[in-house]
Design a protein around this ligand. Sequence first.
Ligand code: ATP
Ligand code: MG
Length: 159
Amino acid sequence: VKVSMAQMMDILRDEALALAQEQYDVSFYCEPGLDVYGNELQLRSVCSNLISNAIRYTEPGGKIEVSWRKIASGGLFSVKDNGEGIAPQHIGRLTERFYRVDSARSRQSGGTGLGLAITKHALNHHQSELNIASQLGKGSTFSFIIPPNLIEFNQQDGD
Ligand code: ATP
Ligand code: MG
């Protein structure tokens, strides 16, 4: 089934702005005409978890950048934050069920540690995997690429 990513990004933006409570600088970019053949509920829950994590693990006043764009190898979704970051020894384990880094914010935030395990599973269904780049104290970027065979791109003329 074709998922309208422009529509989904609108919903995600509303959700993000509500979560951010005007305490974060939230920016969204959505490539026009770039859609995915896949499961809408799964894709939305993936993106929604990555965005809520970025807000949850970033101090108020921080910056969250969400983007969906066409690249040579498919459709790239990414969420970048300038929050607490993740130490290298934890990065490989984040998609394990119930795994949480025991940072001050994790202790406070009371998540279950299931979000990224579900995310990994849902991305597998879309021939994709989660990429995590992070620097402790500087921030993190969570991203995934949907391969060309699962995307449709109708380039906009822009005139
Ligand atoms: P939930 O099940 O409610 O999503 P959770 O957010 O703790 O709970 P995950 O989404 O799986 O669970 O994330 C696992 C852990 O990875 C988090 O507890 C946190 O320690 C770390 N983490 C995830 N995203 C970020 C981020 N953007 N910055 C820093 N740490 C993060
Ligand atoms: Mg989470």
